[in-house]
Design a protein around this ligand. Structure first.
Ligand code: DGL
Length: 246
């Protein structure tokens, strides 16, 4: 069986590529919902239905574990999918998200003044603060900034424009921060852009650098799942709309 990845478009590919580089032996299947990108300004109900459809597709294609490589979908659907849909329809499968591994990494970095940037849906959901409060021994007030103009540039492969836009937004942001969470998988493409400018003053958390290790740790804690994963080194990509390569 395969490891599946779900995202609204291009962002999740960066996560899958990083996982494949770390663990090339497995079989992978990617679902990019490019017919409906961006998710960041959709309603919670819309994001839930689209994500459930994508996850169902991945399970039907033989995914044992689905990684929702999308913060917006992780924020709005993960707990609900795990607690209801998975239990009722696919009890032997697993769905994992982006937020908890990122928060664990944030805490390990010792940040006390983190800033999250992400889509409007991710920021409005408050899920990062909720999950942070569950695991942090002290209260850490998460600052957040919605940056909805970036995904359209990144889907159009205009990373220079996205970098210029993000630079402007961060320059205008008046409050100090000691960690910057790139809380949208599309933003992994902007890691160098922000590290070049803010790398001296804060830790930059990019999820393509977080998820491979976290998944390796997860598989070593769950050997039965690991044994059920086929080791054929195959990758399939499926797009509901326009296709992408990076
Ligand atoms: N890449 C996604 C995320 O991590 C979604 C971006 C979008 O579709 O708006 O939030």
């Amino acid at each position: 069986m395969k490891i599946g990845f779900f995202d609204s478009g291009l962002g999740g590919l960066t996560i899958m590529d990083a996982v494949r580089a770390a663990m090339p032996q497995y079989d992978y299947y990617y679902y990019g919902d490019t017919a409906h990108v961006p998710y960041g300004d959709k309603t919670e109900a819309e994001v839930y239905e689209l994500t459930k459809a994508g996850v169902t597709h991945l399970f039907e294609q033989g995914a044992l574990i689905v990684i929702i490589a999308c913060n917006t979908a992780s924020a709005e659907t993960l707990r609900k999918l795990q607690d209801t849909f998975l239990v009722e329809a696919y009890p032997d499968r697993r769905i994992l998200g982006m937020i908890i591994p990122t928060i664990e990494t944030l805490l390990a970095a010792g940040s006390t003044k983190p800033l999250l940037i992400g889509t409007k849906r991710t920021v409005d959901s408050g899920k990062y603060q909720i999950e942070l409060d569950k695991v942090s021994e002290t209260h850490i007030a998460l600052q957040s900034l919605a940056t909805p103009t970036l995904v359209p540039y990144l889907e159009a492969k205009s990373s220079n424009k996205a970098c210029a836009e993000l630079t402007q937004l961060l320059h205008a942001y008046a409050h100090p921060f000691d960690a910057l969470i790139l809380g949208c998988t599309h933003y992994t493409i902007l890691t160098d852009c922000v590290r070049n400018q803010y790398g001296d003053q804060c830790v930059v958390l990019s999820q393509d650098e977080i998820i491979p290790t976290k998944l390796q740790e997860y598989l070593s804690r769950h050997p039965t799942l690991e044994h059920a994963l086929t080791k054929g080194r195959n990758t399939t990509c499926y797009y509901s709309g326009a296709s992408h390569t990076i």
